[in-house]
Design a protein around this ligand. Sequence first.
Ligand SMILES: [Zn+2]
Length: 257
Amino acid sequence: MPELPEVETLCRQLQKKIAGKKISVTDIYDSKLAPLPNISGRTISAVRRNGKTIEMLLDNDNSLLIHLRMTGRLLWQKESDQPKHSRWHLSFGSGNLYLVDPRRFATVKILPTQDHPTGHDILRHFAKQKFLTNYGWRKTKIKNLLMDQRAVTGIGNIYACEILHGAGIHPERIVATLTPDEWQKIFEKAKSILQKAIVKRGTSISDWRDLNGQPGENQYILKAYGQEGKKCKRCSGIITRIKQGGRSTFYCPECQK
Ligand SMILES: [Zn+2]
């Protein structure tokens, strides 16, 4: 499932490809997406990320909102060869944008443009004090909180493991026991690890591909996720895997306390 860095990667690539470009044709191949207003002839003024939603601002104060959910992908092609599992298509003079989505959970909406982003985005005006007031006292485990989309937007299993390894915090620590210094490390690492992953165009461990169909490169610099049995890059510990809420958690028992 695409997380914050993957969605941000798509937005940046889309901004370069389609900002200022006019939509010449729209096709809906999957009736599950209909009805959508006809936007042929409209120009995309900008593309930006709102949480895990891709927002394409149109020239009529409306926005096209795409959420990729589980298996959705956006693919740019010069030619208008409809790829397998495509559900929706926008044609521009310079190329074609397809929504490819085998499981059909991705959503496309057109709504009036909102000025304020929704959700708590670690890379955008993140209100640390408000977050700590709302969640800092909880008896839940820190990794589960980082993955709770109501608390923080866009962090899934891979980045939660990496952030906690970076901060030296054990993934099973109870949130209420974390000190201000430990929170500071978590916030700092969350920011730097997500930013680095955007530079690497996301993590391609399973099916993530960028707008051009290319895998990202963040998987080559992971320090905890998927590294079971390998030596920790920070100490002499060995990365260990445990199960947390049905998901695999990777951490170093030596340097994550
Ligand atoms: Zn270690």
